[in-house]
Design a protein around this ligand. Sequence first.
Ligand code: GDP
Ligand code: MG
Length: 324
Amino acid sequence: MSAAHGSVSLIGDTSHFGSPKTHPHVSVTVILCEMSNGILQASNPRTSFTMDRRSGKGRSSTTPFNVVLFGESGAGKSSILNMLLGTNVAAVSGGATGCTFESTGYDISIDGTSFRVHDTVGLEDGEHGRIPTSKAIVQLYSLLRRLEGGISLLIFCMRAPRVKESAKHNWILFYDIICQCRVPISIVVTGLEQERDMDGWWKGNEKTFRQYGMHSHGHACITAIRGKKKANGQYSLQQEYDESMLKVKNMIKTCYQEQPRPVERVHWFQRVVYETTYEHHCWGTEVIKTKVGDMKGAVDELVDRCGMPKKDAEALAKELNKIK
Ligand SMILES: Nc1nc2c(ncn2[C@@H]2O[C@H](COP(=O)(O)OP(=O)(O)O)[C@@H](O)[C@H]2O)c(=O)[nH]1
Ligand SMILES: [Mg+2]
């Protein structure tokens, strides 16, 4: 190992950097760069590593994969997060601390892989002093845009018993329009504690998801509550709750994307498309721009596919357009 100061020079075997999902035993080659202070630094898209050459001590830290829970208020997003964490960290609506007003990320590990799960504001209709839908949409879009390291999985949360049309609209907006279908998406259905076979709910409703164009990469039919505490200190739904936690963890493990994609800025408004031609004359070259058409902006999709009135769609897009 020799390195000139400040130059990129060293190749090493760092098999422990391999991502466990696809390359459990494969060595990964990382380029190390020696800084002027004698510290060696290395990075691949997901892992950073620093080592002091003089002491030989190393330190590695893995960037967690971002998982975003979204869906309407009361769907059970915060309860799912608490279930994954094994504690009551996220505020559950209806509780003394109220509901989630800002997005928060919590780190969990599933079989040695680190995930940062983001609880987000609910997307609802703005009744009874709740966060109006447009504000929730702006907050969620802004989170998706600024997530360091991109997004590895979107989890759409909804409450049984039925798939509402608003679910379809939220899906189109966040998955199709904002994430441009480039991020895996899965569905968690809560409120199924009364079903003898929680997974049976999926079989009965699969058709509706298909009709709505909600094609998910995975799903989990669960309960996110423990039920009543019994005299013996146990909870009435503990078994269902534990099963549910395993289902959600398995779903995340199966569906997440190892090469996360950042969410690109959305072109909300219509754009004019020009064709450029060059005409050569004796006096020089003339550049001619001809309008060849209009490209639809995402506003049109909000109107056409989400059934949003044009005025509302434009007002929303104006707000979203401010987010860099
Ligand atoms: N019956 C039932 N209630 C649930 C379930 N998941 C969450 N809840 C309750 O629904 C309410 C809203 O849950 P919360 O996690 O705050 O939803 P969020 O707004 O999506 O974060 C709370 O009173 C939860 O206890 C579930 O699977 N079954
Ligand atoms: Mg919440």
